[in-house]
Unconditional design. Structure first.
Lengths: 341, 216, 641
């Protein structure tokens, strides 16, 4: 179950929490996220207590004024004796603040250590290279046998129960990889290689979104994260490793021809065909993905039509250009893309 | 040059040369004679065509022993974009389009031949020597329709807008672009000075004459 | 009374006081009439007022941008504003609020108030002060004109490279942003230097460091923070300009530059910046609390130490903005500890203010209400700040709306609420009229409640995964209601600010006339008429406690003997404030304006060609030469008896 960490502070508003839960930090669907959520809850409780203390003091000070409302100045020297109690209270308060902070700092440090140890604990089973582009994600799955390597875009699949090492690189500007349900975030910085370990514990579908402002379409740079059982994951891997099947219907064949000879193949790759360009998303198994254009649209015939016909209307500034296909060409290309299962 | 020859032949062999001017026709056809003799072109030649072929072979023979030591590309009037296209003013000196063009320049591997403008396999782009004209329209025509000796035609491989943006970027490499639209340099490895600092000296005039069809 | 010197020159004293003294001082300290006087003035009050009004105008403009953004975000997938425009909006909002409103308004209040609070006739380096204002105005205008022309910056107020670098920010947008930093840089550093010199050397006799009002302490700490932090951003933005315009490679990772260098330099400035905004706010709170609780602020030494501690800690926390960049993990722990440690002095201050209310006789008029709002809001912001100090938690909430909520709680709660209280509090001093209490209370409650409605939901949005700086968001994420709520709240705040302005304008014209000390406040600025004369004080007061006007209700001791035929200031020693020197204060001059104009030309044209730096240096040098040209022999007798 999802625990909203800040439940103490936020009780009255929780009723409004009509959240889908595929992109939330209280998700606890990964080992890392659960550790952080525990820490978050602890911080909420402790800071909530301090907040309550301050408010109680403030209200007490407010109500206390009724006693001596007299609008006159304190007598000279009369303040000193009254100060004594307050002075003791100040020391007590300072000690409490320091104590509370030290407790929180230690808790934070311990959580951070156990997050770091998940990196050190054994060799991760899954190794993914994730590359940030303006404004989409490329994922490269690496295997001991390099001929098995494949590329996909705007989605990753992970098996439950094993640590996945995600190596992060950026092609242009700084992006940030963040699957709140599974773990915290990690920036992708051009010229550097960073990494993060995810250990998903629960089967499900989550959403990741670029968390560092990366330009025009920063808002539309999502990544679909699917956590499968190991068996499902293996099936998915096997499917992804295969090249694309050849089109069979006349319409799809016409679309194939168009794709291979026109603008499409200048940027996109489809494994097993002459299209091998690397600057746009790899489309080999396009129809196995749930979204297109980095989470901007759901995948399907209609959205594909919309996206290819007018990419700049759907996602202004995206690098997918307006080509100006006529209706036949559009239908053919979509028919071909729909064969890329 | 007989007119049936022109009608039956050239449009097939050189489909992109649809808009040449008179002088160009002559020159072009002369240059292409050798290649036009290849078998794939024979089937349409029936009857009178055979005579034409013989005539052609005879003419080709005249050039057969010519040893072209020049090796320079020939100026041709290929398909062109008419001067005064309104897009010229729209794209040239536009900061955004120049930056987009810079991106396409890397993406479509222009740097594979032209490098970062300094030239390599392809001619340099940051000097002021233009083989096919240095106006926006000329550059777009070069990109879209290709040029002999290696420049592929990019029509249908990229969009027209991308071609115009590429032209804007290429133009900004060689001319002084307006300072308020100055092209950004690419953050990438370069052994040369950054483009924004580069002194735009004239390339030392080559000793060889510029290529021209008349020399043939 | 202490008499400094008895020679033939006209001086204030027993022979010269009252109306006659007033006439002499008016002639000596007055500005030329009309526009010329307006342009040449070196009076800290006139420039301070200009500074305040300009900063408040930028506050309104920044607020309008915020409203536009909230309208766009009110609904999911809203097409109201294009992504390009939205990115300009949030960049302009952040930049305007941080560089053109928050820091300048705090310095502006200090320019106006500090000389009055420490009992001197003018700020030190008053021509530099005028120059600073013109530079600030030019920088802000440059940015806003660019925005109106649709070439506003769009790389965020933090302008991370490589996004702001030459490859990914084509055109002049980012250059204009970076050059605007240079303008505000010059302005802020100039003011900081003036304030440090004024506070350390021009305090009234007897006002030892331990008797300074807490606001003056806050300003002193702030000014030092400006001096130490601003060079960092000047360096960073200078290198960015160089990368963009003359082809250096500081941030180009392919040529062994480093994008993270920008983040280090920027946040080494950027975090102290937050305290530069908060510490003067804390000063306002202290002054208001003291006056309205009719009791000196509890535990003055602890308050001073807390301010100084915050000033020092501010420079050790910048990496907490970079927890997600993958720097060595153990090193982060230091910054976690340092960031959490900031809560200690802040907690002490909060305690002391509440203790003052507890132990005093509070009158809950509008300024004190803002103090209460400040305490409630700032504590929430501070506690969420403690949460983000933790590396694991920050990795989740970093760059989400949780952070947006946090820093608005800290900055609006910690600086804007105190500022609104301070404006209400010092309005009678500045204008001579009281602000309306009824409208004041109405707008207070609307601002306070509207703010909570606008920003509290953002905590939840952040926890539910909504990232910052997105121009839209998809439906079905569960973010719709909270965003709508936040938008509604923001409009309540906007309406309340409008009411505040209406109240201010109305009070300016029709408000009740205020005497010198309408609130019965204890500090020196209330010892002179409202609004103060150009020379501030007829005689320089002498101070024997932290609350001189409470301790000497009827007869404030003064020191006399300053010349009245020349602009003369009394300098005192740094620690004990013993009379030390008499120093001439510069006369009005048009040259600061010319210097500012020529510097502006240099800065702006350097965006377009590096040669401008060379060519433009000549007019600047000419203006500075004229500015500093010695015009009269120095005062004949720098003597103290």
């Amino acid at each position: 179950m999802r625990r909203r960490g800040a439940s103490l502070m936020l009780l009255p508003l929780l009723a409004l929490a009509g959240c889908g839960g595929i992109q939330t930090i209280g998700g606890r669907e990964g080992r890392e996220a659960a550790l952080i959520d525990d820490l978050f809850t602890l911080f909420c409780i402790v800071t909530g207590l301090f907040f309550a203390a301050v408010m109680a003091f403030l209200f007490a000070a407010y109500w206390r004024r009724g006693g001596h409302r007299a609008d006159r100045m304190p007598d000279e020297g009369a303040t000193a004796p009254r100060d004594r109690g307050l002075r003791i209270a100040l020391f007590a308060w300072t000690a409490a603040v320091i104590g509370g902070l030290m407790g929180l700092a230690v808790a934070s440090f311990l959580t951070d250590r156990s997050l770091a140890y998940s990196t050190a604990a054994g060799r991760p089973v899954v190794s993914i290279e994730l590359i940030g582009n303006q404004w989409w994600w490329e994922a490269r799955y690496h295997f001991p046998d390099p001929s098995q390597n494949f590329r996909t875009a705007n989605e990753i699949h992970l098996p439950t129960g094993s640590a996945a090492m995600i190596t992060l690189k950026a092609n242009d500007v700084i992006h940030s990889f963040w699957v709140p349900n599974l773990a915290g975030k990690q920036d992708l910085i051009p010229g550097r290689v960073t990494d993060i370990v995810l250990t998903p514990t629960k089967v499900g579908r989550y959403r990741a979104q670029c968390a560092e402002y990366c330009g025009l379409q920063h808002a539309h740079m999502a990544l679909d994260v699917t956590v499968d059982t190991p068996a499902d994951y293996a099936r998915w891997l096997a499917a992804q490793t295969r090249p694309a099947a050849a089109p069979t219907t006349p319409q799809a064949i016409a679309g194939y021809r168009f794709f291979m000879t026109r603008q499409c193949s200048a940027c996109h790759a489809v494994a097993g065909t002459p299209a091998g360009a690397g600057v746009g998303p790899d489309l080999t198994h396009l129809m196995s993905r749930r979204t297109i254009a980095a989470g901007t649209l759901p995948n399907g015939t209609g959205p594909l039509h919309a996206w290819i016909a007018d990419p700049q209307g759907v996602k202004p500034g995206a690098n997918m250009p307006y080509i100006g296909l006529d209706a036949d060409e559009l239908h053919n290309v979509v028919a071909y893309l729909e064969t890329l299962k | 040059m007989s007119s049936p020859f022109r009608n039956s032949f050239l449009p097939r062999a050189l489909p992109s040369l649809h808009a040449g001017r008179g002088r160009g026709w002559v020159r072009l056809s002369k240059r292409r004679f050798a290649s036009l003799a290849h078998p794939p072109l024979a089937p349409p030649l029936q009857g009178g065509g055979f005579i034409a072929l013989a005539f052609l072979l005879a003419l080709a023979g005249c050039d057969r022993e010519q040893r072209d030591m020049n090796g320079q590309p020939k100026a041709e009037t290929a398909a062109f974009v008419p001067r005064g296209d309104p897009r010229s003013a729209e794209y040239e000196n536009n900061a955004f389009h120049i930056a987009q063009g810079q991106k396409w320049f890397g993406w479509f591997n222009c740097s594979g031949c032209h490098f970062h403008g300094g030239g390599g396999m392809g001619p340099p782009l940051m000097d002021d020597q233009w083989r096919y004209g240095g106006r926006m329209e000329d550059i777009v025509a070069s990109i879209l329709y290709g040029r002999p000796n290696g420049m592929p035609d990019w029509r249908n491989k990229i969009t027209e807008q991308q071609a115009w943006e590429l032209a804007a970027y290429v133009k900004s490499l060689s001319a002084h672009p307006r300072q308020d639209a100055l092209s950004a340099r690419a953050d990438e490895m370069s052994n040369t000075e950054p483009q924004t600092l580069q002194e735009r000296q004239k390339v030392v005039p080559e000793t060889k004459a510029q290529p021209s069809g008349e020399e043939n | 009374m202490t008499v400094l010197s008895g020679r033939d020159l006209p001086r204030d004293g027993e022979d010269l006081q009252g109306a006659a003294l007033h006439g002499r001082l008016e002639r000596t300290w007055g500005d030329a009439p009309g526009l010329w006087g307006w342009l040449t003035t070196t009076d800290h009050k006139r420039i301070g007022k200009r500074y305040i009004v300009t900063a408040l105008v930028f506050l309104m403009l920044g607020g309008l941008l915020a409203l536009a953004m909230r309208l766009q975000l009110a609904r999911p997938e809203s097409g109201l504003i294009s992504p390009d425009r939205y990115n300009q909006l949030f960049t302009m909002h952040g930049t305007t609020m941080m560089f053109l409103f928050a820091v300048p308004v705090m310095e502006a209040m200090a320019i106006y108030l500090v000389p009055l609070m420490i009992g001197t006739r003018n700020i030190s380096f008053p021509r530099l002060n005028a120059f600073s204002y013109y530079m600030y105005l030019a920088g802000g205008t440059l940015l806003w004109v660019a925005f109106v022309l649709n070439i506003g910056p769009d790389a965020g107020w933090f302008a991370y490279v490589p996004l702001s670098g030459p490859e990914f920010s084509p055109g002049k947008r980012t250059d204009i942003w970076a050059q605007m930093i240079t303008f505000t840089e010059v302005a802020a550093l100039a003011v900081a230097v003036e304030l440090v010199a004024t506070i350390l050397k021009q305090r009234a006799p007897g006002m030892t460091l331990a008797r300074m009002p807490l606001f003056v302490w806050g300003v002193l700490v702030t000014a030092f923070m400006v001096i130490f932090s601003m060079p960092s951003v000047a360096l960073a933005s200078g290198m960015l300009i160089a990368d963009r315009l003359v082809g250096t490679q500081f941030y180009n990772q392919y040529e062994h530059g480093d994008p993270l260098l920008w983040q280090h330099l920027f946040w080494f400035f950027g975090h102290p910046e937050v305290y530069i905004i908060f510490v003067p706010g804390a000063g306002f709170v202290s002054q208001i609390t003291e006056t309205f609780c009719r009791r000196p602020v509890f535990a003055y030494p602890a308050m001073v130490l807390a301010l100084v501690t915050i000033g020092l800690l501010a420079f050790g926390v910048w990496v907490h903005h970079m927890f997600a960049t993958g720097l060595p993990r153990m090193g982060y722990s230091f910054y976690t500890a340092a960031t959490m440690a900031v809560a200690i002095p802040s907690g002490i201050q909060i305690f002391c203010w509440i203790a003052t209310i507890w132990d005093g006789r509070p009158r809950f008029q509008v300024p004190l209400l803002y103090v209460v709002a400040f305490i409630v809001t700032f504590v929430i912001g501070g506690l969420s700040g403690v949460m983000q100090a933790s590396v694991p938690i920050d990795l989740q909430v970093h760059d989400t709306y949780f952070i947006v909520a946090h820093f608005h709680y800290v900055l609006i709660g910690g600086a804007v609420f105190p500022l609104l209280g301070a404006i209400t509090y010092w309005f009678p001093k500045i204008t001579g009229r009281m602000m309306g209490e009824g409208l004041g209370k109405t707008s207070f409650w609307m601002i306070f409640l509207g703010f909570q409605v606008a920003f509290f939901p953002m905590h939840l949005l952040g926890m539910w995964g909504m990232p910052r700086r997105v121009y839209t968001y998809p439906t079905g994420m569960g973010w719709d209601e909270m965003n709508m709520l936040a938008t509604l709240g923001s409009f309540v705040v906007a309406l309340a600010v409008l009411l505040f302005v209406v109240n201010a304008v109305h009070s300016l014209l029709r408000g009740a006339v205020a005497g010198p000390n309408p609130w019965d406040a204890p500090t020196l600025e209330w010892a002179t008429p409202s609004p103060p004369p150009q020379y501030n004080f007829a005689h320089i007061p002498v101070v024997a406690s932290r609350t001189p006007l409470w301790d000497n209700r009827h007869h404030l001791p003064v020191v006399t003997g300053l010349r009245v035929d020349d602009r003369e200031l009394l300098l005192t020693t740094v620690m004990e404030a013993r009379p030390d020197l008499r120093e001439a204060s510069p006369l009005p001059s048009i040259w600061p304006l010319w210097a500012a104009i020529s510097t502006t030309c240099l800065f702006i044209s350097s965006i377009f060609t590096p040669w401008a730096v060379l060519v433009g240096a000549f007019p600047v040098a000419a203006a500075l030469t004229a500015w500093f040209w010695p015009k009269s022999p120095p005062s004949p007798e720098p003597v103290i008896e």
